[in-house]
Design a protein around this ligand. Structure first.
Ligand SMILES: Cc1cc2nc3c(=O)[nH]c(=O)nc-3n(C[C@H](O)[C@H](O)[C@H](O)COP(=O)(O)O)c2cc1C
Length: 299
């Protein structure tokens, strides 16, 4: 079940997605966190952020919209208060780094680089719910490259870049970040959407638009993982709508070396364990020696 992602060794290919699993600690009553391949903590920025006002969630058919907007207490709070609690969970803890400017991203990544037990960061250049920065960097090859260049200069461990699906050609963005030294890419972040309350005759969400996630986005995510796998040589991490081991296997067959589970955690906090067990059973059933034998096999 083990797999290496650009220098990051995972005991199995299942991670939890940023923003849907807190700092992992919130799930400790439900699952054995040490069984996970990794935990990606909530989006972290240089300065504390309040996020957007409510309402910032809306349920949709087979999915949900959110406009949380990177609410977090800032990277220094993480280093002082959260890191001591998560550094010995027995799994890889990754920090999801976000910012408004290139300098913000680099300064935040440099702080995380000083933490010995954080083996990798996931650079979020794809958040659709903040006015400045976030997705703005992830929707052009040039913008994406500029953030990765600045972070690569200060961060020596595994650098995963999380891509936005809100683009015309995701393969082009993936190639640009690979060119700047990213060790892996993860995709997808949420798809821009909106909901309108017909009775109130108003948008449901406070900032009108939000990011769509959950099973509704899975076919889009799968297509993008397929395209990016063909475009780059670095490992791809796939996510978007995974709720079962079969979903995870489909992403791996499309080219993902590992997967992340997001919205499904809200429905079933034990889903990640079921996905890990189910991938193992799938390998046995098909007489495969390792997860690596499955990666990209549908091509
Ligand atoms: C409530 C919520 C908060 C999120 N916060 C973040 C975040 O802070 N950073 C990030 O990179 N992605 C964030 N995401 C996106 C997820 O990590 C994931 O990319 C997306 O939801 C698609 O996967 P899923 O369909 O399995 O949820 C968030 C998603 C949700 C639903």
């Amino acid at each position: 079940m083990s797999i290496n992602i650009g220098g990051l060794q995972l005991k199995n290919p299942v991670l939890t997605a940023s923003g849907t699993f807190g700092y992992g600690l919130e799930f400790a009553d439900f699952i054995d966190l040490s069984r996970l391949g990794g935990i990606i903590v909530k989006g972290t920025t240089l300065e504390p952020r309040q996020g957007n006002p409510p309402p910032r969630m809306a349920e949709t058919p087979q999915g949900m919209l959110n406009c949380v907007g990177l609410q977090n207490k800032g990277v220094d709070y993480f280093c002082q208060n959260i890191y001591p609690q998560v550094r010995q969970l027995g799994t890889n803890v990754l920090v999801n780094v976000s910012g408004s400017t290139v300098e913000d991203y680099a300064a935040c990544a440099a702080r995380v680089a000083a933490l010995d037990d954080i083996p990798a960061i996931e650079l979020n250049i794809s958040c659709p719910n903040v006015r400045q920065g976030g997705m703005a960097f992830g929707v052009t090859a040039q913008g994406a490259a500029s953030v990765v260049r600045a972070v690569r200069a200060v961060y020596g461990r595994t650098l995963i870049v999380k891509l936005s699906p809100n683009v015309t050609d995701i393969a082009e963005i993936a190639r640009a970040v690979e060119g700047e030294g990213a060790d892996a890419v993860s995709l997808i972040n949420t798809l821009m959407g909106m909901a309108i309350d017909a009775e109130r005759m108003k948008p449901v969400l406070s900032i009108k638009t939000g990011g769509l996630s959950g099973p509704a986005v899975k076919p889009v995510a799968l297509r993008m993982v397929w395209q990016v796998y063909e475009a780059v040589r670095i490992p791809v991490i796939g996510l978007g709508g995974i709720t079962s081991a079969t979903d995870a296997v489909e992403f791996i067959l499309a080219g993902a070396s590992a997967v992340e589970i997001g919205t499904a955690n809200f429905i079933d906090p034990t889903v990640s364990m079921k996905v890990i067990d189910g991938i193992g059973q799938y390998l046995d059933r098909h007489g495969l020696a390792s997860v690596g034998d499955l990666v990209g096999r549908a091509h």
